[in-house]
Design a protein around this ligand. Sequence first.
Ligand code: SAH
Ligand code: SF4
Ligand code: F3S
Length: 467
Amino acid sequence: MRKTVEVPPEELQKSLEASASLMKELEGRGFQYYIESYGCQMNDHDAEKLSGMLQTCGFSPAPSKEEATLLLFNTCCVREHAEKRVFGNIGALKKRKENEPGLLIGVCGCMMQQREVAERLFKRFPFVDLVFGTHELHHFPLLLSRTLAGERVFSVRESDGEIVEGLPVVRGGSFSTFVTIMYGCNNFCSYCIVPYVRGRERSRAPENIVAEVRSLAERGFREITLLGQNVNSYAYADDGVDFPELLRRVSTVEGIERIRFMTSHPKDLSPRLIEAMATLPKVCNHIHLPVQSGSNRILSEMNRRYTREKYLGLVEDIRAAVDGVELTTDIIVGFPGETEEDFEETLALVRQVGFSAAYTFMYSPRLGTRAAEMENQVPEEVKKDRLLRLNACSAEQLKVGNQKYIGQEGTVLVEGCDRREKAPMAYGKLTNFKMVYFPGDAGLIGSMRHVRITGIQNNSLIGEPVE
Ligand code: SAH
Ligand code: SF4
Ligand code: F3S
């Protein structure tokens, strides 16, 4: 069982009181904020909390980045590419800050939790007003009030892992949203920076999660995605609730029709979870199950703690138990020491499983991780070549997999509408995460529609409404 440390309500209170006094101070100054996020859903959800705190403070969202008087960069550092973009985009603001001295620039998120990177950024861009790490999210109003008083603020702190409950959240959507069930990661996959910047695993109390879901349902949300770096190791110390039990409890919330979750680590995927997926009608028949590599030697070097055979066994069990299930995955190519043979094992695995989507990445060395120190780093051209071949292979599989849908029927939760040449096309996902486009207008957004699949276009299915 993992220990959970909750932030004392007094501390949170102090932070929010600072917001209230800040709001008074700001009256009439008309601050408008803009947040740019670079990372995963966890990162996006942090931005929703930053928005919540800002709106509590009296800030309103800016219609565009150009009109903002407070710019926040919510960074990611999972791959080098994300890091470079942040440095580039902040560097480009130098001129604007000279012309608009009142503009406030803040940088937060995972990249700022790496002390040496945060210090480098703070030094290199003297026009940045505020830098804070992932463990300081709930102190944001307090830090911002110091910034507004004219101080240049740098706040990056180590933390054993706290859980903050009760932060205000401004959600992007109105019918589908995210609920974090746990923070941090203990797995230390040898390539990955996340455990270093998000701290140790800690799970929220089930009653807090259920209460949040209930209040979302009351506000009209119909689909929720439970978030964690490794939801299968969700464990709440006080009463022994594990992830399948949590799914069962969340399922009892009236008004919620679809429950999704991510991410599942194959090493912790239990028969109980498969059973929960098979028996709880609201739990969707889709699982994101990152495999990372098809080679046992590479999986072991990655510290993933499962084999190719174990993974394929899980896929078989899930498919046998869960009707119409689809699998998606993450794959890294060019991990140190990956040979052509290792890579071909990955290709063979992709062919064998037939994922409905594979998110593929070139290995990117991250400072402080074990893999960054490994000999036999793979040259960039080899990584690029493997990525292209892998993407071609997974696209081929997708095409084959899509064929079976023609003639089938299913229910779509409509997310949006595209103006096409002939007629507007509504789009949304089936329970198993397959995207479907069908004739329909923006009035359908947020509703459930029954469709029959009639064709395939690119990666998506095309359908027609069924009465
Ligand atoms: N907790 C999740 C996802 C974490 S990050 C999981 O365990 O699957 C999302 C994806 O980024 C990972 O699945 C991995 O495929 C990729 N990734 C992480 N670190 C990387 C690195 N150093 N280089 C390339 N890809 C990486
Ligand atoms: Fe990174 Fe592995 Fe943790 Fe996922 S499980 S966040 S890949 S260390
Ligand atoms: Fe997510 Fe990037 Fe952090 S992937 S957890 S925002 S390093």
